[in-house]
Design a protein around this ligand. Structure first.
Ligand SMILES: [Zn+2]
Length: 93
């Protein structure tokens, strides 16, 4: 059972906690195992970038992050709208 995940712009793949790596060209979807999909869901809806490292072990295959031009908060690369200000975030390299 796999779940199709659309990668956000700039994200080239996912490294799961159990060592499984998914890679794709930017903008492509990937098919991940169901257990990984739930982990991704937890991360991508978790809110802020700190949560990813706080939970430990989950590292996404991205070096970029996004910054809110209004409040300056740094978001994960797939967070395109600031959860605080509800305005589009900008890619910060
Ligand atoms: Zn903001």
């Amino acid at each position: 059972m796999t779940v199709r995940v659309n990668l956000p712009p700039g994200c080239e793949g996912l490294n799961m906690q159990d060592g499984t790596k998914y890679t794709a060209r930017p903008g492509q979807h990937i098919d991940v195992a169901e257990r990984h999909a739930s982990a991704i869901e937890n991360l991508s809806t978790g809110g802020d970038a700190g949560l990813v490292s706080a939970k430990g072990g989950h590292t996404f295959g991205t070096k970029k992050e996004r910054e809110c031009p209004q409040c300056g908060w740094l978001w994960n690369v797939w967070t395109t709208v600031c959860h605080r200000c509800h305005i589009p975030t900008l890619v910060k390299e």
